[in-house]
Design a protein around this ligand. Structure first.
Ligand code: PLP
Length: 384
């Protein structure tokens, strides 16, 4: 089996699994307890926070540990909207965000906020003009993802951040950085980012843990209340083993980012060439997109059929983002990116990791060519 679904989740590093097990075994004290074991847990969490902060070149007091990016996105968006509603009730996002962002905005609409959903161009990118034209005096937050999880489109985050602050210095900028961290350079200060979400299982850390970066001085209304953990932003006993293991993965991913981008882009370009060469396949991802995401369709053939045909040949790909793979309707994101209904219903995502080799790509090519050959008669029969 070759696993081509790294945008859905990545295999944890061996070191991460070892760290996780060791901390679970030895450091099970509650960080709120005032005895030795509690104190040890506090020390470990403090160190983990410093490591994560240093990977992002920010202060450790700006790192809030969460249960993952779904929670981080909810806390950033709803927490900022509720906290700053005195300044205005207007919010901006795009039509291609992950469900955890998109649904947060839909809920805020129901709570009386006004949301502008910006469209994207054929490369999946928002235009700077559309952002500047939408920002108003009462715009409290703009939320735009760094890298799209279905298509790999990279948003021009630095220009967006600069323009937001030029138009209204009080408007907050949130970035869902889940698919960008470890794959592309990140510079939160230069990008003028106020809130930034990460998920550990996308950079070879454990599942169920993540980070929300909250710029110093910013306040958020917490969504979970109770104890005063995580600077009062997230009540609940800290998940010491996961936070420590995530910090390990984060350091490793940030050290390896440059070589990841270079090596994986070469394989991605080769896969793009193969897809372009197979008659009947439509390539949707671009060379200008993220190094680890390839998206294509076999119009007329349901994604699930091609996916399972590839699976029988040992290739594990995905039909769409993992969180919505059980929905039957074509992806909202792909339609917003300009794909036809037919293309969106037959979309396949291949997402790469740092362990893939040229040999893996050769096996993928073989599997793709024979899957298309096998399915073509079915497709033609269906059309006649
Ligand atoms: N944002 C993006 C862009 C994602 O790809 C994902 C996961 O697929 C999430 C948010 C949600 O992350 P988590 O699984 O940590 O809740």
């Amino acid at each position: 089996m070759i696993y081509w679904d790294h945008a859905a989740s990545t295999p944890p590093y061996e070191e991460v699994i070892r760290t996780l097990t060791e901390v679970m075994n030895k450091h099970y004290g509650n960080p709120s307890s005032i005895h030795q074991l509690g104190g040890n847990a506090v020390k470990l969490i403090t160190r983990a926070r410093e490591v994560c902060a240093s990977a992002l070149q920010v202060k450790s007091s700006e790192i809030v540990f969460t249960s993952g990016a779904t929670e981080g996105n909810n806390l950033a968006i709803k927490g900022a909207a509720l906290q700053y509603m005195g300044r205005g009730k207007h919010l901006i996002t795009t039509t291609v965000e992950h469900a955890s962002v998109y649904e947060s905005f839909l809920q805020l609409q129901q709570w009386g906020f006004e949301v502008t959903f910006l469209p994207v161009d054929s490369h999946g990118c928002v235009t700077i003009e559309s952002i500047t034209a939408s920002i108003r005096k009462d715009t409290i937050l703009v939320s735009i993802m760094h890298v799209n999880n279905e298509m790999g489109a990279i948003q021009p985050i630095e220009t967006i951040g600069t323009e937001i602050k030029r138009c209204n210095s009080r408007t907050l900028f949130h970035v869902d950085g889940v698919q960008g961290f470890g794959k592309l350079p990140v510079d939160l200060n230069r990008w003028c980012v106020d809130l930034y979400t990460l998920s550990a299982h996308k950079f070879r850390g454990p599942k169920g843990t993540g980070i929300l970066y909250v710029r110093e001085g910013l306040k958020l209304t917490p969504l979970l209340t109770g104890g005063s953990q995580e600077f009062g932003l997230r009540a609940g006993t800290e998940n010491t083993p996961h936070f420590v293991a995530m910090a390990k993965a984060m350091r490793m991913a940030s050290v390896r980012q440059t070589s990841f981008t270079k090596d994986v882009s070469i394989l991605r370009d080769r896969i793009h060439g193969i897809i372009r060469d197979i008659q009947g396949l439509h390539l949707h991802s671009h060379e200008s997109g993220a190094p680890h995401i390839v998206h294509f369709s076999y119009p007329g053939m349901k994604s699930e059929v091609l996916m399972h045909t590839l699976e029988l040949q040992g290739m594990l790909v995905s039909t769409r983002s993992a969180c919505s793979s059980k929905h039957t309707k074509p992806s909202r994101v792909l339609l917003a990116m300009g794909l036809s209904n037919e293309e969106a219903s037959s979309g396949i995502r291949i997402s790469l990791g740092d362990s893939h080799t040229e040999e893996d790509v050769s096996q993928l090519e073989h599997a793709l060519r024979s899957a298309v050959e096998e399915l073509r008669p079915l497709l033609e029969k269906g059309r006649n």
